[in-house]
Design a protein around this ligand. Sequence first.
Ligand code: NAP
Length: 275
Amino acid sequence: MSSFQDSNSHYHCIVIGNPIAHSKSPELHQAFARQTGVGLSYQRQYCPNDADSFTAVVKAFFAGGGIGANVTVPFKEIAFELCQQRGQLSEYARQAGAVNTLAIKDGKLYGDNTDGRGLVADLLLQGVKLKDATVAILGAGGATRGAILPLLNAEVKSLHIANRTVAKAQALTDLFESDKLSFSSLTALPKQVDIIINATSIGLSGEKLPFHDDVTADFAYDMMYGKPSAFLDFFNAKNITTSDGLGMLIHQGALSFELWTGKKVDMTQLGNPFG
Ligand code: NAP
């Protein structure tokens, strides 16, 4: 991907965010590096919350020999704009309108988005059948937008987007122009789907999202991880198989790592990278 690694294949990477102290990315990528036998330094990079500062950080990092950067809140859209103006975008980043992975390709800044493919990879590794499945996703923010193309590529039968602000769900379905997509409010969510995914940031509020108590699925996935989830509690109480989003985090990281180093992480052998 880039010539910015030294002769001993020691890769220098960062994750840029604000705040950034909580990021698990350094531990994650060191676990990938151990498994694949590459030398890696991976730091958390704080950045003031404005586009000029972000651009300066990215420029200095790659000029100084960095090979790859992850981008987290609140910079994913700023990174998208930077790549759009001065570099290149992958199809996933273009469709997501956001960049979570930066690299250098053909001497130019390159922005990718691995979040949605991370979700799909985690679901598949957990044995969830996506081909011909009916899927509902709650939320119409960045995480949902990034998941749409990878879910469509996984050949789901239908993908319903339900959101508190219905106009945002409609805007996403309009953007993708696929007859597999539909949208509604949360309260009008279909009562039966194969897979239901929470991509809202309702988070720790402890509230259940306002969908009908009859809603059921074969599998429920919350993109959030590491915190109690009223969404997963609701489906666990119905004896429905559930998962939090830690696997999505791990898989999106592995896809970034592969882009930078060319090394594929064997997820079946990884164990708990935070353990
Ligand atoms: P975002 O762009 O801010 O979108 C937030 C969404 O949540 C919007 O659709 C919003 O609805 C909805 N929402 C927020 N509060 C709500 C409430 N009280 N009731 C109903 N809906 C509510 O956030 P995002 O970047 O898409 O992230 C969404 C979630 O995915 C977060 O929990 C994030 O941590 C998680 N995530 C996980 C991973 C991973 O690797 N596991 C990766 C990316 C994101 P409105 O449009 O009506 O405001």
